[in-house]
Ligand binder design. Structure first.
Ligand SMILES: *[C@@H]1O[C@H](CO)[C@@H](O)[C@H](O)[C@H]1NC(C)=O
Ligand SMILES: *[C@@H]1O[C@H](CO)[C@@H](O)[C@H](O)[C@H]1NC(C)=O
Length: 247
């Protein structure tokens, strides 16, 4: 032990002009560590830009940028009074998303020829995915920003909630509720959904029965929804289930 301690001083580097790192001047060390800290800060901020929070904020600001810059219409009388607000996971990818885009593209094209209502969209029902948004064709991005800017009066709006019923007002998870302000002050609310199962759980049945109408893709869904307790009304179309009363 003693001998080891005695050896230590001789192991320490001796001041030697040929040593690869001779005494480094203190200002230089300070300079070096500042560069390291700067480098770390850049690295951290770069990784921050990849977090979901940042992406979502960026996506929202990309969409809402133009919402505040709406220019008033030259002739307000030519603008239809009523609005169709389609709420779906437009920015999420997946089945509901692509189906919603199909409807919107068709509706928009139809409505352009003979504008009978204002068409608006809202992101709802799932997480936004920046990569999905970035991969959309330019004309869809342009249309998305345009339709996102549409201003609707809720009492003059038909709201389509195109999502899983757990996202409908009040939502069971964090998402913009559909309808955004509840069922009371909107003109009409339609739920568009589906399940690849032979039954619908009671929570979802309750949510379907709050809608003015529920649209499902096939006869199979009409029968499974009705068998599970979704109410039907008179004048029911083949692919819609109308409610009889609000539960
Ligand atoms: C909706 O509300 C606005 C006032 O907030 C009112 O001017 C308008 O007439 C209402 N529309 C309908 C269809 O009741
Ligand atoms: C409903 O379905 C029946 C038979 O499948 C058909 O004859 C009828 O035209 C349909 N009604 C509507 C409104 O699509």
């Amino acid at each position: 032990m003693d001998s080891h301690e005695n050896q230590q001083p001789t192991d320490l580097p001796q001041p030697n002009p040929t040593h690869p790192f001779p005494s480094i001047p203190k200002p230089f060390l300070f300079y070096l560590s500042s560069i390291l800290i700067l480098f770390l800060a850049i690295a951290i901020s770069f990784s921050f830009t990849k977090t979901n929070f940042y992406k979502t904020q960026r996506l929202k600001s990309a969409l809402s940028y133009k919402k505040s810059k709406q220019t008033p219409s030259p002739n307000p009388n030519s603008v239809p009074r009523y609005c169709v607000l389609w709420m779906a996971p437009f920015l999420s990818g997946g089945g509901y998303s692509s189906e919603a885009w199909s409807y919107i593209l068709a509706l928009h094209e139809h409505n352009m020829k003979n504008p009978r209502f204002k068409l608006g969209i809202e992101q709802h029902g799932d997480q936004e995915i920046l990569e999905f948004w970035e991969g959309l064709p330019h004309f869809i991005k342009k249309l998305a920003s345009e339709l996102y800017r549409t201003e609707c009066r809720m009492n003059e709006t038909i709201v389509i909630c195109h999502s899983e019923p757990g996202a409908w007002y009040p939502p069971l998870f964090q998402t913009l509720p559909c309808p955004p302000t509840g069922y009371e002050n909107v003109m009409s609310v339609i739920g568009r959904t589906m399940f690849e199962t032979d039954r619908v759980n009671s929570e979802h049945v309750k949510r379907c029965n709050r809608m003015d109408s529920v649209w499902v893709p096939t006869e199979f869904h009409v029968s499974t929804f009705i068998q599970s307790g979704v109410r039907t009304g008179q004048g029911c179309e083949n692919h819609s289930i109308r409610r009889c009363e609000v539960l």
